[in-house]
Design a protein around this ligand. Structure first.
Ligand SMILES: Nc1ncnc2c1ncn2[C@@H]1O[C@H](COP(=O)(O)OP(=O)(O)OP(=O)(O)O)[C@@H](O)[C@H]1O
Length: 245
């Protein structure tokens, strides 16, 4: 499934005052991947993610997307390249309905006459057909997250960057979110930063483990979770279940 090199960082890093949040990270992502970034608190994974999405500018190194330097660009400039970004702060239209939110996202890619059918399909995927006319601010936390994932699904970016998409969700919601991310990965390359190891086990293909601002390990979920250095730095006595994908 994996194709050509899509995104690459070359010795990318950032320091805040004296704190080297991300040191000099070399990272390669190939078309079609669903890559998870994990690691202990303060490991630098969110900061690394924010350098990919343009929320943080690196102080060293660079990031290339399809061979073009994107580090230093702002998030909306990066979005214009066909990269969908879901940050920890939901970027939905609070005052609009579920339907209208999806409409906004669909209109970027689709002709007017194709939009309604596409929205109906995505509403089914995200399981929100029954609340399609509800205003976003009236929805539960999980539902709002799914609307945003639905907006990504409908706009079909080439690359999707997701920062903690399962944060604050119940077990049931986490399962559904995992299914949605796998659906997004059918059409887009995906990078996910996440804490919830159960969620990671449901979606993970390749995993990159961060520790102290550097990449500690990379490989399949089974490979990295079996690695002693990962257990020492991150997993400790955490019980790892290997979900059937
Ligand atoms: N804006 C900032 N100003 C100063 N220090 C920062 C800033 N952002 C991150 N840091 C520091 O950089 C280091 C890496 O933080 P980061 O949030 O990237 O880690 P993380 O792996 O995502 O952790 P968590 O899982 O807790 O979110 C930490 O020491 C953090 O305190």
């Amino acid at each position: 499934m994996n194709g050509s090199l899509l995104l690459q960082t070359q010795k990318i890093g950032v320091s805040f005052g004296g704190v080297h949040a991300v040191k000099e990270v070399d990272f390669s992502l190939f078309e079609g991947e669903l890559r998870c970034l994990i690691g202990p608190n303060g490991a630098g994974k969110s900061t690394f993610f924010k350098m990919l999405s343009g929320q943080v500018s690196p102080t060293r190194g660079q990031c290339l997307y399809r061979g073009k330097v994107i580090s230093g660009m702002r998030p909306w400039e990066i979005a214009r390249l066909g990269i969908g970004i879901k940050t920890q702060v939901p970027s939905v239209f609070e005052g609009l309905s579920v339907w209208d939110n999806l409409w906004q996202a669909a209109a970027i890619r689709l002709e007017k006459r194709a939009i309604a059918a596409a929205i109906d399909e995505v509403l089914q995927d995200i399981g929100l057909t029954a609340v399609k006319n509800a205003i976003l601010s009236e929805l539960a936390h999980g539902q709002r997250q799914w609307v945003e994932l639905g907006m990504i699904l409908i706009s079909r970016p080439q690359l999707v960057l997701l920062d903690e998409p399962a944060a604050g969700m119940t077990h049931h919601e986490v399962r559904k979110t995992a299914e949605l991310i796998k659906a997004i990965n059918q059409q887009s390359t995906v990078v996910v930063v996440e804490h919830d190891m159960e969620f990671i086990s449901m979606i993970a293909q390749q995993v990159t483990v961060f520790n102290q601002g550097a990449v500690l390990a990379e490989g399949t979920f089974a490979e990295v979770t079996a690695q002693q250095s990962v257990k020492d730095a991150y997993l400790g006595n955490m019980e790892i279940k290997h979900a059937a994908n």
